[in-house]
Design a protein around this ligand. Structure first.
Ligand SMILES: Nc1ncnc2c1ncn2[C@@H]1O[C@H](COP(=O)(O)OP(=O)(O)OP(=O)(O)O)[C@@H](O)[C@H]1O
Ligand SMILES: [Mg+2]
Length: 373
């Protein structure tokens, strides 16, 4: 039995009409976000990501289709019900959106004050939240005296102060440097683990998805073009846009000039292989063992393996050389080995030899124009 998703979109569409154009910002989106997950929505600028999440707290409403939170259809909710819905959803933004004339403590306490919490209870909760985000010593400081990362911590403390079930993070780390980004992502992960908050992370950086998202949806021109568990999407991306995002995040897929240099340095057959958690565990990736008795010697000449959602993933280029005296028989031995690896489910692309190079099918796609605006 599958649990009811916390957030679900069914054929949701939202069109903006301005005097010079009509934009279908969200176009027939059907998507389910389970409770207690960190769910990533990635896409280029203008893909419709912010509009999609603004449908969740009813800052925007659908033209057609439905959006449900906790099973409740948001269409047709009255003001009072909308206030209750929004009280259960926190939001953090790229530009922090703190009140500059209020102290850190006043910023964090603001939503509690609006909700009518008595002063003593408010103070206790503010202290608790500042402690959670590691800013207990900054309670009396003003935002202008904080670094970007500290400001975002305040933003997160404020968004989580009233213990919302859902946190929407719209490009929460886009204004931060890589190290500070790591700190803030770590904080979101703690909120998810320790407080059980369901987090929807909007980003245009696949690295954010790679680090903290359990599941991801790739958005383009208002539509979800691919969705699934983060590792599966990284290991077997189906859509060209997803493949480009992953290429930019992992850097391990060699572009044509790199392969040209590899051919110049290594005369044997070059084969690009995708290394996944499955292939690392399986004997199939033990190249020495599988090549034994096949007259093929393999060496890794390029690549990297990194972690995605806590499991290994990467690409390596392997040079395969046969020790058979007859070159044609040697190439056949390598062909047979590649056929065996492919049959074992190893993703690979034959790049040929220096004398007879072959194109990686991914090149055409990776060097192609960006397709979204
Ligand atoms: N209130 C609005 N009025 C008119 N057009 C809008 C409005 N909000 C968004 N749009 C348009 O809808 C499309 C999607 O915008 P949205 O802000 O959702 O994209 P995004 O993926 O969040 O982009 P970014 O990464 O730049 O934040 C864009 O073409 C945008 O210009
Ligand atoms: Mg946006």
């Amino acid at each position: 039995m599958t649990a009811e998703p916390l957030i679900s979109f069914a054929h949701a569409s939202k069109t903006f009409v301005t005097k010079d154009k009509t934009v279908r910002a969200v176009n027939d989106v059907s998507l389910e976000i389970p409770a207690r997950e960190i769910f990533g929505v990635i896409g280029h600028s203008g893909a419709g990501k912010s509009t999609l999440v603004r449908l969740v707290n009813a800052l925007e409403t659908v033209d057609s289709g439905t959006v449900r939170v906790n099973g409740t259809d948001l269409g047709g909710l009255g003001e009072k019900q909308l206030r209750r819905l929004r009280a259960d959803i926190g939001m953090v933004f790229q530009q922090f959106a703190l009140f500059s004339a209020k102290t850190v403590a006043e910023n964090v306490g603001y939503p509690l004050k609006l909700a009518g919490w008595p002063k003593a209870r408010r103070a206790a909760r503010i202290a608790e939240m500042l402690d959670f985000v590691g800013l207990a010593d900054k309670a009396g400081a003003y935002p202008s005296h904080l670094s970007g990362g500290q400001k975002q911590r305040v933003g997160i403390a404020r968004a989580l102060a009233h213990s919302p079930q859902i946190l929407l993070a719209d490009e929460a780390t886009s204004a931060l440097d890589p190290e500070t980004t790591g700190d803030v992502l770590g904080l979101l992960q703690r909120a998810n683990r320790e407080l059980g908050t369901t987090i929807v992370v909007i980003t245009h950086e696949m690295g954010v998805v790679q680090n903290i998202c359990h599941r991801v949806a790739v958005m383009e021109a208002g539509m979800i073009v691919e969705t699934g568990p983060t590792y599966d999407v990284f290991a077997r991306p189906a859509h060209p846009t997803t493949r480009r995002f992953i290429q930019n995040a992992l850097h391990s897929h060699p572009a044509k000039p790199v392969t040209d240099r590899l051919h110049a340095a290594h005369p044997g057959r070059l084969v690009l292989m995708t290394v996944t958690a499955g292939s690392l565990d399986s004997e199939a990736f033990n190249l020495a063992r599988i090549a034994a008795g096949r007259h093929v010697v393999s060496s890794i000449v390029y690549g990297s393996i990194t972690e995605v959602a806590g499991r290994p993933l990467g690409n390596v280029v392997v040079e395969m050389v046969s020790d058979l005296p007859d070159p044609a028989a040697g190439q056949t031995a390598i062909d047979d080995l590649l056929a065996q690896l492919a049959a074992d489910g190893i993703g690979l692309a034959d790049l040929g030899t220096a004398a007879a190079p072959l194109d990686d099918p991914a090149w055409a796609e990776l060097s192609g124009e960006e397709t979204t605006l």
